[in-house]
Design a protein around this ligand. Structure first.
Ligand code: FES
Length: 584
């Protein structure tokens, strides 16, 4: 029994159960005790001598997006055993979008800390991260990037679509569309009730290109899943095969010491950014990529992202930018089809979890075939990337708009501000008959940023005031320091940085101010002078939100702005030394 090696899990020194021993002042006794206690579960010495593969089990009754977790665990374990490893699953917290108050984003960093620390604390040579619902995959990638051992992502997979009176429906673009119809009195309470039964036809993640699907595609583009890992729906045989392959590959990664830093390179992030733009991905993808990059010692270059957006068309015909669903994307070949078309724009040398480069995997994926879900570069869904980066005196640190889901007629727009001070104010007044609002106005919502709400909720999809919705108004320019669900659509400016709660200019916009949005010139401005802005600042001192104790105190004292991924300052890499995309 050798206990003298340097103890760095998964990279060098002792492997398997010998690493990361609990400190009793006697390493030999620590290993003896560990083995004695785990043998209580019936393991033999032979089993305990194998490479240990941790499996992050994020199953929860509160998380139907992870409802296939038992089947996935079984398939992953099968793959690990076939390859000669010892599977050890362990729980972490699980975050579901609609069961996380005040918002799932508030808990993402907590899940990343849980993931990182349990990977560090427990002996494992590699780890399989199983996640799917919006915040879980970024949390796991953030935690694993900080922990540093070989890691591989397994996506839970998307839900199936349902049908309402002959029309195909799926969460959650159709949730919003039908709810908008209900608000406008176009459908009655019975019909909205029966739609509610059909929107989610199985366990799994939302079936459109929302944040979960976006992060699944990003994980594959980063090289963090096995090829084809993004698209199989949750309840399919393909998903189970991906799970088995993931387990098998994790054992090989442990043997090869293929650590996560060899995969999460600047080139990998460039590929992920390219894919985010080409899939018409969720705006949340920008925040999560910034957070994952920050853990890997990198910063996302927002100017470069915008430049990439001008040269990367949206190719994927999925809701909310297009018309199809994730299961259609899978039948069209999934990421292999997309990556093959995007190949001229990709960094093919980026390493993946298979030990082969992305370019090699594209070659390996087989021939293209006729399909209509992924468009060609010369016949795209939208001529530019899904996301544009805006600047101006409203957002000195930047803001973004999902231009591919915006209304063409509002992309160059000037209008009168109708201001809501916070989400409570919005809730109280937006549907009142005496609200002074016209279809050409710009709705402004403050204090839903990282600190403001707190947790930067997806409240940026400000509802169209009921009295305008009844007149048939479907879209207006909307601005906030919050986020928006990836399943939402409209001419909506998000992630205004710095946020109102820390004294960003958004805090000082008043009812009646003129606001200008120009997506063409990437501008979001309030048409008042700098002197007037400064004057308002002097007369309205900002008191930043605080808390007395607990996680909320930690959150409010540590959370960074959207451009830093809304991560905690103490969780980012100590040295942020590289910008991504790297200059060519
Ligand atoms: Fe989990 Fe949409 S609610 S992915």
């Amino acid at each position: 029994m050798n206990t003298d090696d340097k103890d760095t899990p998964g990279t060098s020194g002792p492997r398997g159960l010998r690493q990361g021993l609990t400190n009793y002042g006697d390493q030999g006794f620590s290993l003896f005790l560990r083995k004695a206690l785990i043998k209580g579960a019936g393991y033999t010495d032979d089993a305990l001598d194998r490479p240990v593969i941790g499996i992050v089990n994020s199953g929860s009754s509160y998380n139907p997006c992870h409802g296939n977790m038992p089947a996935l665990l079984e398939a992953v374990k099968r793959g690990i055993l076939f390859a000669g490893g010892l599977p050890m699953d362990f729980p972490t917290i699980s975050i579901h979008e609609v069961f996380s108050s005040p918002t799932s984003m508030y808990l993402r960093n907590l899940m990343s800390m849980d993931t990182e620390e349990m990977i560090r604390a427990q002996p494992m040579d590699a780890v399989v991260l199983i996640g799917g619902c919006d915040k879980t995959v970024p949390a796991q990638l953030m935690g694993a990037a900080s922990a540093g051992i070989p890691a591989i992502q397994l996506i839970t997979g998307s839900m199936l679509t349902g049908a309402h009176r002959g029309e195909r429906v799926g969460a959650c673009t159709d949730c919003r569309r039908h709810w908008g119809r209900f608000r406008a009195d176009e459908i009655d309470v019975d019909e909205i009730g029966s739609i509610n039964n059909q929107l989610v036809a199985s366990v799994g993640t939302c079936s459109v290109m929302g944040t979960a699907s976006t992060m699944a595609c990003i994980a594959e583009a980063l090289g963090m899943t096995v090829p084809g890992g993004a698209s199989p729906p949750a309840v399919t045989a393909d998903r189970m095969r991906v799970a088995e392959m993931t387990g098998t590959r994790a054992v090989a990664m442990a043997r090869e010491r293929l650590t996560i830093d060899k995969i999460l390179t600047p080139e990998a992030f460039e590929n992920a950014m390219r894919v985010l733009l080409a899939i018409g991905g969720s705006t949340n993808g920008v925040v999560h990529l910034a957070a994952i990059a920050g853990r890997a010692g990198m910063e996302i270059d927002m100017a470069a992202l915008d430049q990439m957006s001008r040269e990367t068309p949206v190719l994927l015909n999925l809701k909310p930018s297009g018309e199809h669903y994730m299961e259609d994307f899978h039948k069209a070949g999934g990421m292999a089809t997309l990556l093959r078309i995007l190949k001229p724009l990709l960094r093919l040398e980026a390493m993946t979890v298979t030990g082969r480069t992305l370019g090699e995997e594209i070659e390996h994926a087989g021939p293209e075939f006729k399909q209509d879900v992924v468009k060609s570069l010369d016949n795209p869904i939208y001529p530019q990337g899904g996301i544009a980066v805006l600047h101006g005196n409203v957002a000195p640190g930047g803001a973004i708009i999902k231009q591919s889901a915006a209304n063409e007629s509002l992309m160059e727009h000037e209008g009168r501000a109708v201001v809501f001070e916070n989400s409570g104010d919005l809730m109280n007044r937006v549907d009142t008959e005496d609200l002074d609002v016209q279809p050409d106005d710009v709705l402004v919502l403050k204090n839903i940023g990282p600190k403001g709400a707190p947790g930067m909720p997806e409240a940026g999809y400000i509802p169209i005031p009921k009295k305008l919705a009844r007149l048939g108004v479907k879209d207006m320019v909307r601005i906030s320091d919050g986020r928006m669900s990836g399943t939402a659509f409209g001419t909506i400016v998000l992630h205004v940085t710095p946020e109102a709660a820390v004294g960003g200019p958004l805090a000082y916009i008043q009812n009646g101010d003129r606001i200008r949005l120009s997506v063409k010139s990437r501008e979001i401005s309030v048409l008042i002078s700098n002197e007037e802005l400064e004057n308002r600042r002097q007369h309205k001192p900002i008191i930043e939100p605080k808390a007395d104790r607990g996680y909320r105190k930690l959150f409010l004292e540590s959370v960074l702005q959207a451009d830093k991924g809304v991560d905690f300052d103490f969780l980012r890499a100590v040295n942020i030394s590289t910008k991504t995309p790297p200059s060519k």
